[in-house]
Design a protein around this ligand. Structure first.
Ligand SMILES: [Zn+2]
Length: 266
C-alpha cells in the first residue's frame, strides 16, 4: 500500500504544478508565483543597470527600444488573441543598451531587457536585433526561468515552495534564482538554457519577430554568425564539426514557413 502512495502524490504535484507553453503546447513544471519572482527580477535589473554604463541616447539606444517595443506589442497581441494575457500581468517592459564588449543580451521575468553593445556587430542591422530580442523575450514569456527555478526547488530543496525556501535558506535560494534566470556570471545568448528551451525560444521568437514586422529569415544568418564566433570557424565548416549546432540551424529553417504566415512587413 505505502508504495502506491508516492506516485499518486507526485502525480497530483505535477498536475497542479504544470502549465502549457504557448505555441508549442509543451507541459512545463511551474510552481513559482510570478508575484514573487517579478519583484526579485526588478531588483536585480536595477542593480545590474546601476553597475553598468547605460547608453541613454543615440541611434543604437533608440533602435534597442524600438525593436523591443515592437516585439513587446507582438507578444501582447499573441497572448491576448489566445486568452493568455494574465501571464503577462505585472510585466513592466524596459529596454536598455549597455556599454559592454560581451556578445550578449537577455530578458528577465517581467520584460526587463538588456542588450550589450558587443552583440551589435553580430546582429548587423535592426532585423538582426529583432532575431535576438524575439528569442530572448520568448525565453521570458515562455517562463523558462520559472521552469528552471521550479526544477531547482524540487531537486535541490526537496520541493519547498519559494516562500519556505527563502525563509529557510535565503542565500542558497537567491543563488538558485540567479542561476535559473541566467543572472549568474554568464547569461543570455552565450549561455544557453536546455536544448528543449532553446528550440522553443527559437520557435516562439521567430513568430514574435515576424508579427513585429521583422523578416524571420534573418535568424539563419544571425545564428550562423553566433555559432561561427563561438567556434572560431566560418560556416559551413563548423556545421560538419558541430552536429548539434548544425541541427539548430536546420530547426530554425524548419520553423520559417510557419513564422512567415505571421509576417507583416512594416
Ligand atoms: Zn536562448
Amino acid at each position: 500500500m505505502k508504495h502506491s502512495i508516492l506516485p499518486l502524490i507526485l502525480l497530483s504535484f505535477f498536475t497542479f504544478s504544470c502549465q502549457t507553453v504557448p505555441i508549442t503546447g509543451r507541459e512545463q513544471l511551474s510552481f513559482v508565483p510570478a508575484s514573487q519572482i517579478l519583484p526579485m527580477s526588478f531588483d536585480q535589473y536595477s542593480e545590474f543597470l546601476s553597475k553598468h554604463t547605460v547608453v541613454e541616447q543615440g541611434e543604437q539606444a533608440e533602435m534597442v527600444k524600438r525593436v523591443g517595443t515592437r516585439i513587446e506589442h507582438a507578444v501582447e497581441r499573441y497572448f491576448s488573441d489566445h486568452g493568455l494575457s494574465s501571464r503577462l500581468s505585472g510585466y513592466k517592459w524596459e529596454y536598455h543598451l549597455v556599454e559592454d564588449k560581451q556578445v550578449n543580451a537577455w530578458c528577465m521575468p517581467g520584460g526587463k531587457v538588456v542588450v550589450y553593445s558587443g552583440i551589435l556587430p553580430l546582429t548587423k542591422d535592426e532585423n538582426g536585433l529583432g532575431v535576438v530580442l524575439g528569442h530572448e523575450i520568448a525565453h521570458a514569456v515562455a517562463n523558462h526561468g520559472g521552469e528552471r527555478m521550479s526544477q531547482a526547488l524540487l531537486v535541490e530543496m526537496g520541493g519547498l515552495t519559494l516562500d519556505a525556501a527563502l525563509s529557510q535558506k535565503p542565500k542558497q535560494t537567491n543563488d538558485l534564482f540567479l542561476a535559473a534566470y541566467g543572472l549568474g556570471a554568464q547569461v543570455g545568448v552565450l549561455l544557453p538554457y536546455s536544448r528543449v528551451q532553446e528550440s522553443e525560444a527559437d520557435h516562439l521568437g521567430l513568430i514574435f519577430m515576424a508579427m513585429a514586422g521583422y523578416d524571420p529569415h534573418g535568424a539563419v544568418g544571425f545564428w550562423e554568425r553566433m555559432i561561427a564566433l563561438q567556434h572560431g570557424k566560418a560556416p559551413p565548416e563548423f556545421l560538419s564539426d558541430h552536429p548539434a549546432d548544425a541541427r539548430r540551424i536546420e530547426n530554425v529553417r524548419q520553423f520559417l514557413p510557419e513564422a512567415m504566415t505571421y509576417y507583416r512587413p512594416q
